[in-house]
Design a protein around this ligand. Structure first.
Ligand SMILES: Nc1nc2c(ncn2[C@@H]2O[C@H](COP(=O)(O)OP(=O)(O)OP(=O)(O)O)[C@@H](O)[C@H]2O)c(=O)[nH]1
Ligand SMILES: [Mg+2]
Length: 358
């Protein structure tokens, strides 16, 4: 998963490690002021003048000077400067853009890495790699956020918890509804599905077949009927049968199809979902990001599910979408089987991205 992105991050880490490690181990440091006090009776007095010497050094490297300093060794620590990491950061920028990470997300990651690394002190003897990995990890996590655990979310909401799936045509909404239903039942929850795509021919039958295979109740009306009514009935069914979760499938739609978008707003008003999941496919790259932003503006969303991650080695769409809409990625789809779904846990994903060579 995310093989290309992992490779790029690995090569940037290697380059950063080389450049930072190549900095001289020791450079002349201002003579310790303690020597100016030969009569000093107590060793404890030494830190005081040394601190003053430090202040002096700070004054000297005030504006302009700091940029010229490659690295300083003081108190057996490196101070990493902008210049040390400039080339590696442009590698990182290119690597992220090539992996389909959008410009704004790339920018956010770069500034966080720069902020974390420059001026950071590394004790001689500590691993350069850990300093770099930490900075990259923090930067990626700052964009990916905390994530959401769906089981916790369901546990903390009144039943039935209503989750609506939306997005453009063919991205994997219906398959995702089935996968999520399967995931939830495997985690001990009861589920009912609303066949809310009454628009596309064959859509009702498609979700019905999934329901049958999974042993999950699918509520359906006629093709062409009002999807709000189907989903309303699904909620009523869930209430009557003490079902934990309602999953609502909907027809694929582009944000510029006014009628379909109005229909979605109506569904929203009628069933008042606890969570709207926007589904898009990783293979769409930056298109997915633009579409997500449009959906976010028009109907809103609470979380994102990215499908077909198995077909997209780049991995950037995941980072970009989350950054663009400011909502968590809740699941990724990694194949066509019911079990090909993974809860998206930012910490685990980032740890894997930085675990080494792909
Ligand atoms: N490889 C792969 N294929 C997927 C994944 N998720 C869905 N698909 C496939 O994508 C195709 C479209 O899936 P659907 O679930 O019908 O998509 P949809 O968004 O409901 O489509 P519409 O209802 O027409 O808008 C199907 O062939 C699915 O098997 C995934 O994670 N990986
Ligand atoms: Mg569908």
């Amino acid at each position: 998963m995310f093989k290309a992105l992992k490779e790029k991050l690995f090569s940037v880490r290697q380059r950063l490690e080389t450049t930072i490690s190549e900095q001289p181990a020791e450079e002349p440091v201002a003579a310790p002021a303690v020597q100016e006090l030969p009569d000093s009776p107590a060793v404890e007095q030494a830190p005081q003048p040394a601190a003053q010497a430090d202040e002096g050094a700070k004054e000297k490297k005030a504006p302009g000077f700091a940029q010229k300093v490659v690295s300083l060794v003081r108190d057996r620590e490196f101070i990493i400067s902008d210049k040390d990491i400039e080339d590696s950061l442009s590698d990182l920028e290119i690597g992220l853009l090539e992996s389909d990470v959008a410009f704004s997300a790339t920018d956010a990651i770069l500034s966080k890495v720069r902020e974390d690394l420059t001026g950071s002190k590394r004790k001689i003897g500590t691993s350069v790699d850990s300093v770099i990995t930490n900075a990259l990890s923090e930067a990626l996590l700052s964009v990916l956020g905390e994530g959401v655990n769906i089981l916790d979310f369901i546990a903390s909401h009144e039943k039935p918890v209503k989750i609506l799936f939306t997005g453009v045509n063919g991205t994997g909404k219906t398959t995702s509804v089935a996968k999520v239903a399967n995931y939830l039942t495997k985690n001990g929850l009861t589920v009912a599905i609303g066949a809310g795509d009454t628009f596309r021919a064959g859509a009702i039958e498609q979700i019905d077949v999934h329901g049958e295979r999974l042993g999950i109740k699918v509520i359906q009306h006629q093709e062409g009927s009002d999807p709000s009514a189907v989903l309303f009935d699904t909620v009523q069914y869930a209430k009557a049968h003490n079902v934990d979760v309602v999953l609502g499938d909907t027809a694929g739609r582009f944000h510029n199809r006014v009628n379909l978008m109005n229909q979605l707003s109506k569904i929203r008003r009628v069933i008042q979902p606890d969570m709207i999941v926007y589904v898009d496919e990783a293979v769409a790259g930056n298109d997915a990001v633009i579409r997500a932003e449009e959906f976010s503006k028009s109907v809103g969303m609470d979380a994102v599910m990215l499908t077909k991650v198995d077909m997209d080695p780049k991995g950037g769409a995941a980072i970009s979408i989350v950054q663009a809409v400011g909502k968590p990625l809740i699941f990724i789809g990694v194949g066509q089987g019911y079990d090909d779904i993974m809860p998206f846990e930012p910490k685990a994903i980032v740890a894997d991205l930085l675990a080494g060579e792909a």
